[in-house]
Ligand binder design. Sequence first.
Ligand code: UD1
Ligand code: CA
Length: 455
Amino acid sequence: MDNVRVLILAAGKSTRMKSKYAKVLHRAGGRTLIEHSIAAARGVSPNISVVVGHSAEQVKATVPEVSFVEQKEQLGTGHAVLAAREGFSGYSGDVLVMPGDVPLITTETLQAFLKFHRDGGFEASVLTADIENPSGYGRIVRRSNSEVDSIVEHRDASPEVLKIHEINSGIYVFNAPALFESLSRIRNDNAQREYYLTDVIGILVHQKHKVGAFKASSAEEILGINTRQELAAVDHVMRRKKCEALMAAGVTIIDPGSTYIDAAVQIGPDSIIYPSVQIYGATVIGEDVTIHSFSRISSSKIASRCTVLEGSIVVDSAIGEDVSLGPYAHVRMGATLADKVKVGNFVEIKKSALGAGTKSMHLAYLGDATIGQNVNIGAGVITCNYDGVNKHPTVIEDGAFVGTDSQLIAPVRIGKNAYVAAGSSITDDVPPESLAIARGRQAVKEGWVKDRKKK
Ligand code: UD1
Ligand code: CA
């Protein structure tokens, strides 16, 4: 929308969170609170400024694409807006002010709110909601049905005002010059000794400006986070919404209550997610994929028709079509598994590529390895990729067979269609089409037990 700027207040400490990190750096639905606010605000204006103070450098690093204003001391929400005054000099349009701790707010609601403000010709508007338990929120005191009188903070409210269930979301639209003019008049003679942005509303009303209050249709959207309990409640709402959206798009989620899926995750239709699965980051999952319980998939790609069995972990990796993984497989650090790969029980794959049709079914460690197609990795095979100082690569060419309980001491290469006999410690390259045996010869001492007993 034209001629509107956004100002997000995110300087506050998290006193009630009992945290050493700024509140807006805490996460719900897989993203920091400040990222949620910015994502919603972006649909209203590309011009976003964030007021930072506590953990300013970390906040800046989290959302580097916006501009910042420093509030050196945190003396209240009104004081926070004042810190941004210089940046608004000469600007006569609207400013949408919002806190950084109301992460469920949507672009649609913000747009409807801005439209309400403009259509009504208001000097200032506040977004409100009726909620069951208004404890802790500022209350909207109305003069009549349509007019606002003031906003009273919970800690400053009389018993009468505490009965009001309409609360301040902390989201406002102001005409910028009117905002900064009234801000110079607010004082901190209240219970918290803070400069309240909410007082601007009363001042504007007092000056006979038109102030509007727009009630959000969904009270859930304006839930603020001040405590860890509220953080968990909002996280719960986000997860529920994500599961609902995925189910609506054709994904079976057997127990949405125990399923944790981040907002950015994509899953194709007819995929089935079993209870207690976690899928995080920008993971993309294809169609007809089944993910069994207690698996965690993070920032990875899993193509169609894969099966991930119980307790598997996939992080920062890419998996082709028709792959079977687990139970208890661990795939990480940029591992790539081509189509039809089978990786079974207790196999760890780190920074390695497995070609199509390759199998490693039991108890193996494959690290820094490039493995071709249709390779068979026996149970207990280990790539010894680390010499205590450096990591070294292992190459296993197409069609090779690495027998059970072999160690491949890197750097080493197993040639095409070569065989490594079970129990070998391979230190030298194995040429294609050959057999390598590298183990001590078996000695049998007949009658040894009897002989020992005689002694
Ligand atoms: C505020 C509102 C309250 C409203 C509630 C909605 C005021 C005085 N009260 O209360 O009416 O119902 O939000 O969630 O505004 N911040 C700064 N600098 C400061 C203080 C705060 O940047 O000096 C930031 C915080 O980081 C936070 C936001 O402003 O993102 C809101 O501050 P917070 O202390 O959480 O206000 P509430 O007590 O929740
Ligand atoms: Ca708050």
